[in-house]
Design a protein around this ligand. Structure first.
Ligand SMILES: [Mg+2]
Length: 209
């Protein structure tokens, strides 16, 4: 789906929401996938490359193989990820006041799988497949929007990119997985860091109304 086909309403608040570690449990799903492939994630740092080992020998898996594994993961396991608790309810409440879209960095070939999977868990929203820093695409999306916009992501570089491209957008740093949340400091370029959906909903409502 391309930005031009979103049919956004200029006068309605907009929530632009990441999926992995915000709406769905990426890390838990990736760990399941890796174990099926005799691989294991050792969370020494907030990264995947460099932290995947052979489950039997403990040997570190090469950068190229991790890239290939991630591609397979998105293709085959996107539809199996567990939803983040409270996400569907919060978005459902927010849609009374706002339009909602999902901006997820994943291969375009996995976009429809992601959209259908989110819909099957009560999150039936347009999905844009992005790649790279999210600032430029967010600038395109919000170009015509005159109402408040909220951007939500777990990765600080995206929050920085959006801060640079569109400083007026309200930025929420959200990390669903508790282990990741402990490893990652509140992003400097976010307005708030919140890791649970009931509280996130309250904050989002306060900035869009
Ligand atoms: Mg994410």
């Amino acid at each position: 789906m391309v930005v031009a086909s979103l049919e956004l309403k200029p006068d309605r608040p907009l929530v632009i929401c990441d999926a992995d570690e915000v709406l769905v449990q990426f890390l838990v799903g990736l760990e399941r996938f890796l174990l099926r492939n005799n691989r294991k994630l050792v969370l020494k740092s907030f990264a995947i490359h460099g932290n995947v080992v052979d489950a039997a020998t403990g040997e570190t898996i090469t950068h190229d193989e991790v890239t290939r594994l991630l591609k397979d993961f998105f293709q085959h396991d996107t539809h199996q990820l567990d939803p983040v608790p409270g996400a569907a309810d919060a978005l459902n409440a927010l849609r009374a006041q706002a339009q909602i879209i999902v901006l997820s960095n994943l291969p375009e070939t996995a976009r429809e799988i992601r959209r259908a999977h989110l819909a099957s868990h009560g999150m039936d929203y347009p999905v844009i497949a992005g790649s790279g820093p999210k600032g430029p695409i967010v600038r395109d999306i919000v170009q015509a929007i005159k109402a408040p916009v909220v951007f939500i992501d777990d990765l600080p570089p995206h929050l920085t990119s959006v801060a640079q491209a569109t400083p007026h957008v309200h930025r929420l740093h959200f990390v669903a997985d508790r282990r990741l949340a402990r490893m990652i400091e509140p992003a400097q370029d976010a307005h708030r860091r919140i890791d649970d959906w009931p509280s996130a909903r309250t904050w989002i409502e306060s900035v869009i109304s």
